[in-house]
Ligand binder design. Structure first.
Ligand code: C2E
Ligand code: CA
Ligand code: CA
Length: 792
């Protein structure tokens, strides 16, 4: 210890020793600062910082050693070999680098790192010493050197441990100071343990005082400079990385434009432009983006505008904002872009959904209302006329019920497609809900032009919706209201179109009708009739007529169909074809149906001949549970044998809730009543219905019989129906026989029963066993009069 102190105080020039110590201190601070930076950096940058730290550590140790050597004022003059001196510095740097490679990656190997640093300092020292030129023999006191090395090792280990444990500025200050003690200890113990024994045989080395001062200053200056640059690099790097990290943390793409060219961008900007960062810097921003306001991209703006990319996916939309800032002492533009593509798409979708029908993509009700209001305003201002075509699908409900909603949806989409194909640009087609569609059309040429449009639609329907080929085919009825003639406001106009549609549906469907004022009158009449119907049972305005059904084989009457008649106090005899649909729509049919059933059974029970009675049951009656119970009760009440009752059901009764319908039919069969399928041939998927439901008879619709003579198709259908009945073992009844010719034909075709005016008009029915007082005056109805009065 004493030798070491003596070596420092006696043999060294103290000012230069201080310089050496200052170099060591600065170097070590820089070294730990750089290590800190390495530790903070991402993996790929960490290696660079570790290398720089190794330079700072190694060079500062070397410089300390070298400057301290220069401070040496021993008895022997010494000089330096530059090659060894340079080599020693390289070794110091390499040693530090190796130590860091171990120590930084695994803290457990801290002692190894400390050992490596000690060794590199020692190796540097000895290689440096090997470069010392002096007229003396060099000997070493190895024990002192070993002690010095152990102390240095402990110091380095302590410094590294402190670096790993401490926080804040202590992480640099404490390990830096401790390491300097280690370096100095090792240097000065090794120096004092180095004995130079003068040897006159060796050539003397000349070193002047100025040489030494000059060298010390130069090395110190260079070392300080290097360390300073390193320290600045750390600060600048930290600042820039932090700044860049900050810029990258935003969701916006940022680019800095100076003199019309991009000088700096963040990662997001490169991503949005779909280019690498390096490819973008240097480009004028107009090459990358196009502002929608037509201005240059980097023109300063008050508000953000939309922009589109000039490269990559052009359909994308950006929001572009430009601000002027001071950068590098000069004003420049910061361009901020944000991807609005998805947001805009979502926005458009929401708007679209709010204005369109999801299923068909047609305009929806609310948007149609807007379009209609607009058209009305325009029509008021310019006198431009337009029309509303109200459309309703025929058979759609049945298709939906029978084939399921998916099929129903498909049909609606097909219909939308047909309507789209029929209209012109500027027309609006909307789906208002269910199977209701509406078209707002503008044509020159008045009513004729709109009639032509309606006919066009009907023609496409006939062509594309062929019921014979496709059981899901639907038809359409069209009502037309003209603006301003049929309504000056939206509500009136839509009402007029609906009234016209109602007329179209009632005049046979698959046609179009124009609104006229008398229709309103009809609608009012209808409401009036509905009111009257509600009172009819209580006022005893109903009675039944019975039409005979004849067996073809022996030409005897086998039964009678009960047909309802309404004697309206004002209108007289109202046709069931007119009031039954109203009763069905309003639900009044339930009480009327019950009355008919009870009355028919009551009368039939009193007939002299025990023949059958057929009662028409409406589809609406089937929809409610308890029909079988009602039938049972009525049979009990009236005492009619169940085998004498036939219930006539149309196919429309089978469309809703097939399972419940089958169940009701089974219950009815279990009671012992018979089920007849009425109006066969006018419904849908007739064959599947026949197989699924337990019928006893088929009644072929009278429309086929009526056209049989003139239309070979009708006859073919009759033929097919009888064949079908035969294969299913169902006897077929032909109704509506008016002529001998028709009768001959159905006999030829093989029908088993016949019914019609030729064989007997609806009348009083068979004579009762005993006179019944409360029966209305019987008589054959005057059908022609009723038809003339109430035809629609
Ligand atoms: P529908 O069940 O097909 O009844 C047969 C209809 O054909 C009756 O008309 C009858 O008068 C008529 N008819 C009979 N023979 C001939 C003929 O040779 N030529 C022509 N052109 N027609 C003939 P009606 O009585 O006017 O009844 C019309 C429809 O009203 C019935 O058709 C039936 O669907 C319904 N209906 C009648 N009474 C009732 C009832 O009590 N309940 C229910 N739910 N519906 C009924
Ligand atoms: Ca019938
Ligand atoms: Ca019928």
């Amino acid at each position: 210890m004493f030798t070491v102190l003596e070596c420092v105080t006696q043999q060294h020039q103290s000012s230069i020793v201080l310089v050496a110590a200052a170099i060591a201190l600065t170097g070590m601070f820089a070294f730990f600062h750089l290590m800190l930076r390495a530790e903070e950096s991402a993996a790929e940058r960490r290696r660079n910082w570790a290398l720089i730290a190794a330079f700072a550590g190694g060079l500062s140790v070397w410089a300390t050693h070298f400057v301290a050597m220069l401070a040496y004022e021993g008895t022997v003059a010494i000089g330096f070999d530059w090659l060894f001196t340079a080599l020693s510095s390289a070794l110091a740097v390499a040693g530090f680098r190796l130590a860091l490679a171990i120590g930084l990656s695994r803290p457990r190997l801290l002692l190894g790192a400390a050992g490596l640093i000690t060794m590199s300092v020692a190796v540097m020292h000895f290689v440096g010493m090997a470069g010392v030129r002096a007229a003396a023999q060099v000997r070493f006191d190895w024990l002192s050197i070993a002690v010095g090395a152990v102390v240095a090792f402990v110091m380095f280990a302590g410094a590294l441990a402190a670096f790993m444990r401490l926080a804040g500025w202590r992480r640099i200050l404490v390990p830096g100071s401790v390491a300097v003690i280690g370096i100095c200890t090792l240097h000065f113990t090794t120096m004092s343990a180095t004995i130079l024994a003068p040897d006159p045989a060796l050539p003397a080395v000349e070193t002047g005082v100025f040489d030494r001062i000059w060298l010390t200053s130069a090395i110190s200056a260079v070392t300080f400079l290097v360390l300073l640059v390193l320290a600045i690099a750390v600060v600048v790097d930290r600042y820039l990385v932090d700044l860049k990290g900050f810029a990258n943390a935003t969701l916006d793409g940022l680019a800095l434009v100076q003199d019309g060219r991009i000088v700096e961008i963040n990662t997001k900007f490169a991503q949005l432009c779909e280019r690498r960062e390096g490819d973008i810097v240097g480009l004028p921003p107009n090459l990358l983006l196009k502002a929608n306001d037509g201005q240059p991209v980097d023109a300063a703006r008050q508000r953000p505008v939309e922009a589109t990319p000039q490269i990559g996916e052009r359909h994308r939309i950006f929001e572009l904002a430009v601000h002027t800032i001071d950068y590098g002492g000069r004003p420049c533009q910061v361009i901020a872009i944000r991807d609005l593509t998805e947001k805009r798409a979502a926005q458009r979708k929401v708007e679209y959904l709010a204005r369109h029908d999801m299923l068909t993509g047609l305009t929806n009700r609310s948007m149609f209302q807007e379009a209609l209001e607009e058209a009305l305003t325009l029509s008021r201002e310019t006198g431009e006329a337009f029309a509303l075509l109200s459309l309703d699908l025929d058979r759609f409900k049945a298709v939906n019920d029978l084939f399921g909603h998916a099929e129903g949806d498909r049909v609606l989409r097909d219909v939308a497609e047909i309507l789209r194909s029929a209209i012109c640009e500027g027309d609006v087609v909307a789906r208002l809900g269910g199977d209701e569609f509406i078209i707002l059309a503008r044509r020159v040429g008045g009513a004729d032009a709109y009639g032509a449009l309606a006919e066009r639609i009907l023609a496409i329907f006939r062509e594309r919706m062929d019921l014979l080929a496709d059981p899901t085919a639907v038809g359409v009825s069209i009502g037309i209201a003209l603006s301003p003639k049929d309504g000056k406001d939206a509500e009136t106009l839509m009402h007029s179109a609906d009234v016209a549609l109602y007329r179209a549906k009632n005049s046979g469907r698959g046609v179009h009708a124009f609104y006229d004022r008398t229709m309103d009158h009809e609608a009012r009449e209808r409401r009036q009739l509905e009111n009257d119907l509600r009172q009819a049972i209580a006022r005893e305005e109903f009675h039944l007529l019975f039409q005979p059904i004849q067996s073809i084989a022996d030409e005897t009457v086998v039964g009678y169909e009960a047909l309802l008649r309404w004697d309206h106090p004002v209108r007289g005899n109202v046709s069931p074809d007119l009031f039954i649909p109203i009763a069905e729509e309003s639900g009044i049919i339930l009480s009327i149906g019950e009355w008919v059933l009870r009355e028919a059974c009551r009368q039939a029970a009193g007939w002299r001949e025990p023949c059958k009675v057929a009662v028409n049951i409406s589809a609406v009656q089937f929809r409610l549970p308890g029909l079988a119970f009602l039938v049972c009760t009525v049979l009990n009440e009236t005492g009619l044998a169940p085998a004498r009752l036939e219930l006539e059901v149309t196919e429309s009764a089978l469309l809703k809730d097939r399972r419940a319908t089958i169940e009701t039919l089974r219950q009815l069969k279990a009671i012992g009543v018979q089920i007849v399928m009425d109006d066969f041939g006018t419904g849908y998927s007739s064959l599947s219905n026949l197989q699924a439901f337990p019928f006893d008879r088929l009644k072929i619709d009278r429309s086929f019989i009526a056209s049989m003579q003139s239309d070979p198709n009708a006859r073919a259908i009759v033929h097919a129906v009888v064949g079908l009945g035969r294969s299913l073992n169902l006897p077929v009844t032909a109704e509506g026989i008016e002529t001998e010719e028709q009768y001959r034909m159905i006999v030829e075709e093989g029908c088993r029963h016949a019914q019609g005016f030729l064989l007997g008009r609806p009348g009083r029915g068979p004579l009762p066993l005993a006179p019944v007082a409360d029966l209305p005056e019987p008589g054959v109805e005057d059908d022609t009069l009723a038809r003339l009065l109430f035809s629609v």
